[in-house]
Design a protein around this ligand. Structure first.
Ligand SMILES: Nc1ncnc2c1ncn2[C@@H]1O[C@H](COP(=O)(O)OP(=O)(O)OP(=O)(O)O)[C@@H](O)[C@H]1O
Ligand SMILES: [Mg+2]
Length: 317
């Protein structure tokens, strides 16, 4: 099955120090899903996203969009890539120019991509999109970035990405700067973008609990390497790699004597779907996918079968 955005066996080094080592994953395409990339600070999450956006060239390996390596795209393909793959960053304030009103970063991309015939049409579209992320256009437009709250700024950034009707949104710690109630609002918005609009998401976070809430699959990154990849339920309830286990054990609980309550079902709105995506795997998830390059879609039942089979094999071995 073709995936829209792929990174194949990519490594990145900074002054000889490896930040990413032989990383492969894919997103977008026929089955839009939410993929969480989870890892501690310095594990290479932002480097991975920057590479997927074409801002960071891999030292080896390649990034491919719709079958074409980013480095060999012509102008039209590059423009399409820039429109269809959008990013949301951790600190929305960084993304705004303090001298421009909020309107500016919303109008500019519509103009740059020729997506609206007139200013009135642009404003119609902007207002509709702002409402879709829970913002009141009258209380948002015409203001400077410092005149709205951090949570509102983050929603403006989501709206900005949406205006371009992206296929994929790459979100780097999009909720780590906002308070708990806003965190769930923004996660819900991102979740709905996937479920209702069919936008694929790569959700980068150090927070395993939010990954568990929203993601279909989880990629565990540690020291620039993928430690484990799998369907969310599988990775959280039956982690194969000791590092994943240590992340799960480290999740704080309101009661220090009781670990994270994994027996609690995921909220119904976030129930797993019948089809999940797996990617080329690290050594500890090889059990859950056929040993061939390229990404596949499998059902949860198939994974369960593959895992039981692998466990049986391990016992025999
Ligand atoms: N431009 C750069 N020049 C040199 N080293 C870099 C550069 N960008 C990242 N690194 C290094 O690469 C490693 C991975 O960094 P990265 O920012 O990808 O981590 P991260 O997982 O996003 O961390 P955090 O959770 O703190 O955001 C770190 O050791 C970092 O110091
Ligand atoms: Mg980062």
């Amino acid at each position: 099955m073709n995936k829209l955005l792929e990174v194949r066996a990519a490594s990145v080094s900074f002054s000889g120090k490896q930040a990413l080592a032989n990383v492969s994953l894919a997103a977008g395409g026929a089955h839009p899903a939410i993929t969480a990339v989870v890892g501690e600070s310095g594990s290479g999450k932002t480097t991975l996203l920057r590479m997927l956006l074409g801002f960071q060239h891999p030292t080896s390996g390649e990034v491919i969009y719709d079958g074409q390596p980013l480095t060999r795209m012509d102008g039209a393909a590059q423009k399409r890539f820039r429109r269809e793959v959008q990013a949301i960053f951790q600190d929305p304030f960084d993304a705004f120019n303090p001298f421009y009103k909020i309107d500016h970063p919303l109008l500019a991309p519509l103009k740059a991509f020729g997506l609206s015939a007139s200013r009135d049409q642009s404003y119609d579209r902007i207002e509709k999109t702002l409402r879709s992320v829970g913002l009141n256009p009258a209380q948002t437009l015409g203001k400077y970035p410092h005149q709205i709250s951090g949570g509102q700024r983050q929603r403006v950034m989501i709206a900005r990405a949406l205006l371009l009707e992206p296929q994929i949104i790459l979100a780097d710690e999009p909720v780590s700067m906002v308070d708990a109630s806003l965190r769930s609002t923004i996660l819900e918005i991102l979740y709905e973008l996937n479920r209702s609009r069919g936008i694929s998401l790569i959700y980068v976070t150090h927070d395993l609990t939010t990954a568990y809430q929203v993601a279909d699959s989880i990629v565990v990154l540690h020291g620039g390497q993928i430690m484990e990849v799998g369907a969310t339920e599988e990775v959280i309830h039956d982690p194969a790699h000791p590092y994943t286990r240590s992340l799960i054990e480290a999740v704080p609980s309101p009661d220090p004597d009781t670990p994270w309550n994994l027996n609690q079902a995921r909220p119904p709105v976030l129930a797993p779907r019948d089809q999940v995506l797996l990617y080329p795997t690290g050594p500890h998830r090889a059990v859950a996918a056929p040993a061939r390059a390229g990404e596949i879609a499998v059902t949860a039942a198939q994974i369960q079968l593959a895992v039981s089979q692998a466990k049986a094999d391990a016992v025999v071995a």
